[in-house]
Design a protein around this ligand. Structure first.
Ligand code: ASP
Length: 420
């Protein structure tokens, strides 16, 4: 038994989750719905990830804020938000273009039996206002990530200012709090390492149950929608992201090699937030400064949704084609704007894209029933969109990292040679 455990531990994480995924796929395709038997294995994995994500975000953000200085914090924020907004907007546009070429709505009829209950969705401004928690404990309990991010930044800044206070007592207390947070963060990372040992089994459970339960009939009816979605995200991955990474001076192939575990986990779990612990680890591997990763990735997992944005572009064209209502250029541009805002307001959890879709449809005057039509195959497309989302978060973090490194190099040069 011990020998087996040692053998298991000696194998690479990537190899183990790939084996879990492949076995899940084989079981799913062979035994169909009977695979529900394995679903609990996947639920355990998702629960473990959700359990660790809030403490991880809270503690690692406080540590990250303390390892930076206020100017640096501001600079990182100013760099990353425009990247989020611009890449999201471009992703909606890519979705529109690819769907206009592929025409996924051709031949699809609306008389679908599937109905979806659409939960109420917050507006963009509400999302911002609700970041400020009225009840701290409730925010943690509800897993409201933006509130947790907000509290962590405030707590981090308070500790930072205490450590730099004139008063010795304040300084002492500041250092004690900082040490405690760093130690708690280390403990969280140890727990995460334990969870990751279980990941391959969880991945097997999720894949077998998902693939096994996906009705083949719905898949065939909406095959073009699924294929268009996959082609769109592949374009993001092999054209759009590499171009911007190259423009910022990054090494594309190496970057993808470093983040592949996070990409596969995103694909399997359909959750940017659930994948976050693994995304943070991947960022380290990709050489992204820990402060930048810890500051940007938790926010990115909630607000930066390039895959979801692409879905909105594809879905709008899909719907307009089904109902035979071509959209004008002005309408398309306004959909890029609405889609960007809706993607920002989408939570990084499975199925959230359907809610964003309903919001955009409501604003664009398209029938909500078409959202229901795609609900049957949502898991299949959610997988690839989440992959686009998580990769986009890491790309943005890498871009900020590369730009910060250039900034530092320039500063060193100025110090050595003030004339430079
Ligand atoms: N599942 C996606 C994510 O977690 C969000 C979506 O449904 O589009 O990133």
């Amino acid at each position: 038994m011990i020998a087996l455990w040692k053998w298991y531990r000696s194998k690479s994480f990537m190899l183990k989750i790939t084996v879990g995924f492949t076995l899940g796929l084989i079981f799913g395709l062979t035994f169909g719905p009977a695979n529900t038997f394995f679903a609990p294995l996947g639920i355990i994995f998702m629960n473990l990830l959700k359990m660790i994500v809030i403490p991880l975000i809270f503690l690692s953000l406080i540590v990250a804020v303390n390892h930076s200085n206020p100017t640096e914090l501001g600079r990182i924020g100013v760099k990353v938000f425009p990247i989020y907004v611009i890449t999201t907007g471009i992703s909606v546009a890519i979705g529109i273009i690819i769907a206009s070429i592929m025409r996924p709505g051709k031949g699809v009829s609306t008389d679908s039996e599937i109905v979806i209950s659409v939960p109420e969705r917050q507006g963009f401004l509400d999302t911002l206002i609700n970041m400020i928690p009225t009840n701290i404990i409730k925010s943690f309990a509800d897993g409201n990530i933006l509130s947790v991010v907000f509290m962590a930044v405030i707590a981090g800044l308070a500790i930072l200012y205490m450590r730099h206070a004139q008063d010795n007592k304040q300084q002492d207390m500041g250092y004690t709090l900082m040490k405690f947070t760093e130690a708690a963060n280390e403990a969280t990372l140890k727990i995460l390492n334990g969870i990751l040992e279980y990941a391959p089994i969880g991945v097997f459970g999720i894949t077998a149950a998902t693939i096994g339960n996906q009705g083949i009939d719905t898949v065939i009816a909406l095959a073009k929608f699924v294929i268009t979605s996959y082609i769109g995200v592949i374009l993001l991955l092999v054209v759009f992201y590499p171009i911007i990474l190259k423009l910022w001076g990054g090494k594309v192939i190496q970057f993808y090699k470093d983040i592949k575990e996070s990409m596969l986990t995103a694909f399997v779990t359909c959750s940017s937030l659930g994948t976050l612990p693994i995304t943070l680890r991947a960022a380290k591997k990709a050489g992204i400064d820990e402060r930048i990763a810890n500051l940007t990735l938790p926010i990115g997992a909630t607000v930066n949704m390039n895959g979801t944005a692409l879905r909105l572009g594809v879905a709008v064209i899909f719907a307009s084609e089904i109902i035979g209502m071509p959209l004008s250029m002005v309408e398309l541009v306004s959909i890029v704007v609405i889609g960007t805002l809706a993607a920002v307001g989408t939570a990084g959890v499975p199925g959230a894209g359907l809610i964003a879709m309903s919001a955009v449809f409501a604003q664009a005057g398209l029938p909500i029933e078409i959202v229901g039509l795609t609900a049957g195959i949502n898991v299949l497309v959610d997988m690839v969109f989440t992959l686009g989302n998580v990769t986009g978060d890491l790309v943005a973090a890498k871009m900020v990292d590369l730009s910060e490194r250039r900034h530092e190099a320039k500063n060193i040069k100025i110090q050595i040679d003030p004339q430079a």
